[in-house]
Write a protein that binds this ligand. Sequence first.
Ligand SMILES: *Cc1c(COP(=O)(O)O)cnc(C)c1O
Length: 418
Amino acid sequence: MDTLARSLADTGLPHPLLVDASRAAVAEADPDAVEERARSHALAIARTLLQPVINATGVLLHTNLGRAPLAVATDAAYTNLELDLSSGQRGSRHDRAAALLARLCGAEDAIVVNNGASAVLLALAALAAGRGVAVSRGELVEIGGGFRVPEVMEQSGADLVEVGTTNRTRLADFEAAVRDPGADTALALKVHQSNYRIVGFTEHVGVAEMSSLDVPVVADIGSGLIDAACPWLAGGPPMWLAGEPAARQSLADGAALVTFSGDKLFGGPQAGVIAGRADLVEACKNHPLARALRPGSLVLGALQQVALSYLRRDGQAIEFWRMASLTASDLRARAQAVVSGAGTGETAEMASVPGGGTLPGVQIASAGVMLTGDRSAELRAGSPPIIARVGDNRTWLDLRTVAPDDDRRVIDALRALG
Ligand SMILES: *Cc1c(COP(=O)(O)O)cnc(C)c1O
């Protein structure tokens, strides 16, 4: 077993995992094929490891591919995570990326937790446990990955006070809930519908209107668009962003708090942000769940890097926004170069999508390479794996979501397909 495992050392896996692969092969293969089986088990194990992939799907925030693309390179190092460098006293991790995020959103203060779901959970637990939270029946949504508003509410210990109807909710419905002594309403929650739309005979209450209520309004905007004016993009906000709620504007409209994810339209690492009124953020920081949901220095470092790029108004330094703002003609030129380099496939017009449960129905004109037949499994088997889209018995590689440095790798992979 040991000899067999050693013969697989070139796979780069540590010895104990090669022993596992060898054992599995011995258990199932005839003696002649055992070495080959062991190698294929070892490669299968290697493919379970977290690794970079080339996203040629055109889905900018692909949930299976880790949502926003992220570059973090850090050497092993201590950080001032909880040290105040000026005083030499104990500091707070909440004063790092969170302070920059508050600055960006125009908020008094902010706190960072592990994801968008934990941001909502913490805000509800800290501000409304044992009391009522008024939510429109049209916003009792489920977001991809099983974030269900009623279930998060239940876990927080707050009581759901349903308001209005699925398609129409008015301010008067909220006012009645806030007045109702039985409901003991502590908060009104506005949840962005994110991944679906109700059309037709509808009526919603916006944050600005809700802010006239006698209770604080928490707006779960979800996607983490920081500012509807997109000052980090030279060309201003792209058309496809229209109507997406933004943190800065929701707070300016009177939300006491906004909550959002770090890895959707914000373009950062998996994280959740609560930003807004200092007293309410302080209550979140002091709740015991804050300790359980706190991120580490890797996440805070990555978030800080992205926040600084926003403050520099440098959208090109944020990979998500760089990719999102490429024009179809840029992409067409790259597609032509890939096709001629590979000697196979055809350039084709395509439609990228924001993805990640944001902006349903939005399409962004794009371009890439089309192959005949389903070649997705072969592309996925390569190193690095290339993830493509299949439709109409064709394989589509949208170059919007492929880093330009990876075009060379795409060419090599297409050449290998022949
Ligand atoms: C995505 C989303 C969430 C959940 O955020 P995660 O980061 O996936 O935990 C919550 N609320 C809204 C409105 C969302 O769009």
